[in-house]
Design a protein around this ligand. Structure first.
Ligand code: M6R
Length: 608
């Protein structure tokens, strides 16, 4: 949720405050209600922080002027205590000897707070985090060194954390450790970095080490050491080079990351198509070998996983059970060594998903995962990983990663159909053609739909509520369309299987109520005519996403977005979603919201 950065540099060409400020700007998608920086100076700790957007606070507090060799920074997504100067990170210990930033939640902070208040420590904030600098200071006072103090801390705190610590006794060192929250290291000749995500330090180095749970990194300007906790044995881990470019984490001339990421989809899908083949076949074999498949994911990634729910039973004759990661408890009694878990996650760090997968492993299930971030936690506990290769996605609302995740799932389904011979020759040919041509269909649709979406957004922005309807696999399109609309434009939007809407939701329809339909030319198309008519009869304004040659449907609908014809039932949750992404984006802009940073949301959800 929060973004953290630590820098130990030996490069006086760039002021450390600028490095931290830029890094926090690139991490702002992880949390954006408060920001702060701390450096170690000759006179002790210099701490600057406040509630507000990174750009505003950074300018006000002149972050870019701050000098030094060691600094830590934080962009906050509030959990304990509202956004305020006092609750912003970094947090320092009472005598200003230790200063830290934290991403995660300390569950037993109240108990510890009471203990340290009893010892005379004064708490300045309402956060769970502030217990940590006081705890460490007390251990240092008692004669321990920082490593021993950290060991004691990790034996007593409960919860999740990525922590970056520095202190005045060792002004050139940063200590960074993690449990259940992301932490990566950047290694270079000019200095070493730790952060929640790679884009933070991408302009300075592409040499990356992904930290694992219960590991401690000690960074100095010229070297780094990684140790296992609690044994403190040294781990020999070399960095790997990432292919992401610094430009990929910039807006590239678009007004928002989200729009840039919508436009990048063809490139992303083409890259996935060109670079990966075997892995989808391998995962399809795992599906075949299993008695049942359980899908585990959250949010948009969950919707992408539903493509398997709609295809594996047909193409693999496989029982496929969808599970929202946060609801894992309900399905876990079904998990055994004949179960395959298919986990989908952009970040590979979502805590709900990680917890479910860890539990599934303990129950001896096999795990295949579909992930964007190389080396992320999920990849380290999976038997097979299919990377979606979408590059960094900065917009909080998932767009290109939804398409790339869905694409990966469809490619497993394609391999399944191939292995099992569940489709006739012509259908299989069309399926293969669609896989190959989807990147182009996506691009054509972005181009064709953009102006229309912008115009319609001018009408949509005044609505308070909307329905998104689809049948069969198009229910996924409806779910994703409604989520995108509500999360970035704050207009209430609800998705239903079209046939279900008459069992209750239709009561809400009044004149001019928006209903968005996804209507590909598949086996559900004819029934959708009835669904559209039902809504029209009650005065709804009907917006359909339809096959470009479906004149009958276009004549019934009030507004129609057209998708290139001839691809039938395959991969439609990707192509039919494109106009919905654009409609949500332009509605968000029309209501004056920032689509990249929707209120209350964070890109990577690392709390339960
Ligand atoms: O990193 P993940 O794919 O595991 O994240 C899961 C969800 O939090 C995420 O898809 C979220 O729903 C999207 N940002 C919504 O657009």
């Amino acid at each position: 949720m929060c973004g953290i950065i630590g820098v130990c540099q030996n490069n006086s060409k760039i002021k450390i405050g600028k490095i931290v400020f830029d890094a926090l700007s690139r991490l702002e998608y992880r949390g954006y209600d408060s920001v702060g920086i701390a450096t170690i100076t000759e006179n002790g700790i210099l701490l600057e922080k406040d509630a507000g957007k990174i750009g505003d606070v950074g300018k006000k507090l002149k972050f870019e002027q701050i000098e030094g060799n060691t600094a830590i920074g934080h962009s906050r997504w509030a959990t304990h205590g509202p956004p305020s100067q006092k609750n912003s990170h970094p947090h320092s210990s009472m005598s200003d000897r230790v200063v830290i930033v934290h991403n995660g939640i300390i569950e037993n902070y109240l108990e510890l707070r009471e203990r340290y208040t009893g010892k005379g420590y004064v708490f300045k904030s309402q956060t769970d985090t502030e217990i940590i600098p006081h705890f460490l200071e007390e251990e240092l006072k008692n004669g321990k060194n920082m490593e021993q103090a950290i060991l004691q801390l990790t034996s007593e705190i409960k919860g999740t954390y990525a922590l970056v610590i520095t202190h005045t006794d060792e002004p050139d060192k940063i200590y960074a450790l993690r449990k259940d929250n992301p932490l990566v290291l950047g290694i270079s000749n000019d200095g070493n970095y730790c952060a929640s995500d790679i884009p933070a330090f991408l302009p300075y180095t592409k040499e990356v080490i992904i930290m694992k749970d219960q590991e401690l990194a000690i960074l100095e300007p010229h070297r780094y050491t990684i140790k296992k906790l609690p044994s403190l044995t040294v781990i020999d881990r070399k960095p790997h080079t990432v292919t992401w470019t610094p430009e990929a984490a910039q807006k590239g001339g678009f007004p928002h990351y989200m729009l840039k990421e919508i436009h990048e989809q063809q490139k992303v899908l083409s890259f996935q198509l060109a670079t990966q083949n075997d892995i989808f076949g391998k995962i399809a074999e795992m599906v075949n070998d299993a008695e049942k498949v359980i899908l585990v994911a959250a949010g948009t990634a969950y919707y992408a996983s539903l493509n398997a729910y709609h295809t594996f039973p047909e193409y693999g004759k496989k029982v496929t059970i969808p599970a929202i990661a946060a609801e894992w408890d309900t399905v876990k009694p079904l998990v055994d060594d004949n179960t395959l878990i298919l986990a989908v996650s952009q970040s590979g760090e979502t805590l709900d998903t990680m917890k479910a997968i860890k539990d599934a492993r303990e129950r001896n299930a096999k795990v295949a995962s579909i992930v964007n971030v190389t080396g992320s936690s999920l990849t380290t506990i999976s038997d097979e990983v299919a990377y979606i290769h979408a590059g960094p996605e900065i917009g909080v609302a998932a767009t290109k990663t939804y398409s790339a995740q869905s694409y990966a799932v469809w490619r497993v389904a394609h391999a399944l159909a191939n292995i099992n011979g569940t489709l006739d020759k012509n259908e299989m040919k069309l399926f293969s053609r669609t896989i190959n041509e989807v990147p182009q269909i996506v691009q054509k649709t972005v181009t064709a739909a953009e102006a229309q979406a912008r115009d319609l957004a001018g009408w949509f922005k005044n609505k308070h509520s909307a329905f998104y309807l689809g049948r069969g696999v198009s229910h996924i399109t409806a779910l994703e369309g409604a989520l995108k609309m509500k999360e970035i434009s704050y207009i209430h939007a609800e998705a239903y299987p079209a046939g279900e809407s008459k069992h209750g939701p239709i009561a809400l329809i009044q004149p001019d109520y928006p209903v968005v339909f996804s209507i590909p030319d598949d086996r559900h198309r004819n029934k959708m005519i009835g669904s559209v008519q039902e809504m029209k009869a009650r005065g709804a304004t009907t917006i359909g996403i339809v096959d470009e040659y479906d004149n009958e449907m276009k004549s019934i609908l009030d507004h129609a977005f057209e998708i290139p014809t001839g691809y039938g039932k395959f991969l439609t949750p990707i192509t039919y979603n494109i106009p919905q992404q654009l409609l949500a984006y332009y509605t968000s802009v029309s209501v004056g919201a920032n689509p990249d940073m929707p209120r209350n949301l964070a890109k990577s959800v690392t709390v339960e």
